[in-house]
Design a protein around this ligand. Structure first.
Ligand code: XUL
Ligand code: CO
Length: 437
């Protein structure tokens, strides 16, 4: 039975098309730097926003009907959501999905019942996957909504709650492996604190690392060969979240010996909440060999919370794809962790949102490839550090020098020349020329 009646499969029609239900830039087979767009951009649907969220906010109930013809809270509804999701992905040509355990099925007060439901729905989803090219990008456990996690999961003060977190991680890993997931995410939803007056930060961080080690051991024992990811976020829901940003997460993973199994899942809106640009956190991840996957969305700098909007800024997606291309691509993908605005409550809006997101990333990819091919930016950066290519600079790089020698060198110079213009305005105009020229 068709759920999104009247909405056809979305096709590429080119930038001149005025058909709202068509791609203007995302042309799956088009080669960019020798690789088809579909391979550069493994897009994923976030089960939670697309199939579960109705637009509820602090001030009122949802506006969108996501019952898909079934009664919410039932297994019939869980299957209807899967039906809707697969029809949706197929109509858009999206090849991956991401899920939390509780997105798939209603949670029971008895975790054994919830787990049995997860077994049933994952059988059903496997059947739906067969004969399509749709795969699981990553799975995760929701360890932040249930009141038991009010003080965190791995970071909870309660050993019993820690065990529940372990049980959810174990089951979510089972389901991720069953569905062939490429990755497994830890977003530290409430892994943080409100006040130091009641918190042992060192103990909590060690416990989070313990939970992650246990997850890695279990995952590898059941044949999970993919990457584990931390998804950094500085605040919200907690005032202080431990995985503040990419740099913090890299340090944490190294400190606790988790860096061989983990990479980062960088979300644009989380990076800006941390006071960084999206591309900053991508770069920090990439230079540490930990750029794994991306939660593709955008925030609103005027609002300053996690608005999870569909990406619409070609400037930002260009900068993102510039980082991704230079890092050699993702092992994960681009998960639209994004939701339609509350007044965009119709099925058609769900399609418009994904068309917007996919086209914005496709255009960003095209422009980023043009920046790479143009070469002026990379050449400028390389040249900016040219003083380290020879002479004293080269000696510094080779480590073949002592502080006194550098001091003697400086003293004979008396005063150094200025370091050369950063040419920021010129470089920004190069970007504009590539974007709009
Ligand atoms: C919350 C967020 C999550 C994670 C998965 O801000 O981004 O949806 O992506 O738990
Ligand atoms: Co996210």
């Amino acid at each position: 039975m068709e759920i999104f009646n009247g909405i056809p499969a979305i096709r590429y029609e080119g930038p001149k098309s005025q058909n709202p239900l068509s791609f203007k830039y995302y042309d799956a087979d088009r080669l960019i730097l020798g690789k088809p767009m579909r391979e550069h951009l493994p897009f994923a649907m976030a089960y939670w926003h697309n199939l579960c969220a109705t637009g509820t906010d602090m001030f009122g109930p949802g506006t969108a009907d996501k019952s898909f013809g079934a009664t919410p809270g039932t297994m019939e509804h869980a299957k209807a959501k899967a039906d809707a999701g697969f029809e949706f992905m197929q109509k858009l040509g999206i090849r991956y999905f991401c899920f939390h355990d509780v997105d798939l099925v209603p949670e029971d007060t008895d975790i054994n019942v919830t787990n049995a439901r997860l077994d049933e729905i994952s059988d059903y989803i496997l059947e739906k996957m067969a004969g399509t090219d749709i795969k699981c990008l990553w799975g995760t456990a929701n360890m932040f909504s249930n009141p038991r996690y009010m003080n965190g999961a791995g970071s909870s003060n309660s050993a019993d709650v820690f065990c529940f977190a372990a049980a959810q991680v174990k089951k979510a890993l089972d389901i991720t492996v069953k569905l062939g997931g490429r990755g497994y995410v830890f977003w530290g939803g409430r892994e943080g604190y409100e006040t130091l007056l009641n918190t042992d930060v060192k103990f909590e961080q060690e416990n989070i690392a313990r939970l992650m080690h246990l997850a890695v051991d279990y995952g590898r024992s059941i044949g999970f060969t993919g990457d584990f990811y931390i998804e950094p976020k500085p605040k919200e829901p907690m005032k202080h979240q431990y995985d503040f940003d990419a740099a913090t997460a890299v340090g944490f993973l190294r400190q606790y010996g988790l860096d061989k199994d983990f990479k980062l899942n960088i979300e644009a809106n989380h990076a800006t909440l941390a006071g960084h640009t999206f591309q900053h956190d991508l770069r920090i991840s990439a230079i540490n060999g930990m750029l794994g996957s991306i939660d593709a969305n955008t925030g609103d700098l005027l609002l300053g919370w996690d608005t999870d909007e569909f990406p619409y800024s070609v400037y930002y997606t260009t900068m993102c794809m510039f980082e991704v291309l230079k890092s050699g691509g993702l092992t994960g993908g681009f998960n639209f962790d994004a939701k339609t605005r509350r007044p965009s409550y119709t099925f058609e809006d769900m399609f418009h949102a994904f068309i917007l997101g996919m086209d914005t990333f496709a255009l960003g990819l095209i422009k980023a490839a043009a920046l790479v091919e143009d070469g002026r930016i990379d050449a400028f950066v390389k040249n900016r550090y040219a003083s380290f290519e020879s002479g004293i600079g080269q000696k510094i790089r080779s480590g073949d020098v002592r502080l006194k020698e550098l001091s003697d060198y400086a003293l004979t110079m008396k005063t150094p020349a200025l370091p050369g213009s950063g040419r920021q305005e010129y470089l920004e105009s190069v970007v504009n020329q590539i974007l709009f020229g």
